[in-house]
Ligand binder design. Structure first.
Ligand code: SAH
Length: 249
């Protein structure tokens, strides 16, 4: 038996935005060699079952428990793959695993690797054209792990810096008003003509991409399967595409 089977490993992998063609070959290989796959229900559901593979699906909002469980399985000798959608380092499980490791140093010997994936904003930007072609930033609009005041402040500063902005987790049933408030801040800071793209379920059969000026943006155009891209002051349309020039005036 090789060392690989004596020592466990923990791989934190990004599944990409949806379409399996957007999963990297190294992620597919890690899943093919895994003994255990750990993750949120709907991400684990994307892994085809096979003999010898244990699937550990759990509910959202239990990221730290899930991370500890994965570390435990790996330290017991498992080849564990923790799955996230998109990229695992973008508002996802990679940081949760390192947070769990910080509070459980007994697992410091577990070999951990992070395998990148195509994050939602990149898949969405590619579908729209090139709205992130100049300086940009990404903001998670969820206030589960930070105060809403901080979300507003970062949005305000992004507008002042004239960044294009990708907004993750824009709107959920449990916090319906916040995205409406974010749109108000955007309108006040960017004016009515700024282009905003709503990209829903990108690369899945339910994909829908809509670009409108801020004056026509409505809060119900976004849900938790949508990533929103707000252009910078130079973002414009060319034909049916949206792009941001590489240079700033
Ligand atoms: N790690 C993921 C992000 C997890 S946060 C990544 O890198 O993409 C979850 C948020 O990601 C969703 O609320 C939505 O804003 C965005 N998202 C994930 N997959 C998406 C998809 N296929 N289409 C549009 N947005 C998506």
């Amino acid at each position: 038996m090789s060392d690989v089977f004596l020592n466990g490993s923990l791989t934190i992998a990004g599944l990409g935005p949806g379409d399996t063609a957007m999963m990297t070959p190294e992620v597919s290989a890690a899943i093919a060699q895994a003994s255990d796959v750990v993750g949120y229900n709907s991400y684990v559901a994307r892994i085809p079952p096979r003999e010898g593979l244990r699937l550990h699906a759990s509910d959202n909002r239990v990221e730290l428990d899930r991370a500890r469980h994965a570390l435990q399985l790996a330290s017991d000798g498992g080849h564990v793959v923790v799955v996230s959608s998109g990229d695992p380092g973008v508002f996802a499980m990679a940081s949760a695993v390192f947070e769990a490791l910080e509070s459980a140093p007994e697992y410091l010997d577990v070999e951990i690797s992070v395998l990148p994936g195509i994050t939602a904003m990149l898949a969405a930007a590619a579908r729209a054209g090139a709205p992130l072609g100049h300086d940009f930033c990404a903001i998670n609009l969820s206030d589960n792990l930070k105060p809403w005041e901080l979300v507003e402040r970062r949005l305000q500063l992004a507008i002042e810096g004239d960044f294009a902005v990708a907004l993750y987790n824009p709107r959920s049933a449990s916090r319906p008003q916040q995205f409406a408030r974010a749109l108000e801040i955007l309108r006040a800071g960017c004016g009515p003509d700024r282009l905003i793209t709503f990209a829903r379920a990108v690369t899945t059969p339910a994909e829908r991409i809509v670009t409108v000026p801020l004056s026509e943006a409505k809060a119900d155009m976004a849900d938790m399967r949508t990533v929103v891209i707000v252009g910078n002051s130079a973002t414009r349309r060319v034909g049916r595409y949206v792009y941001t020039p590489r240079s700033a005036p």
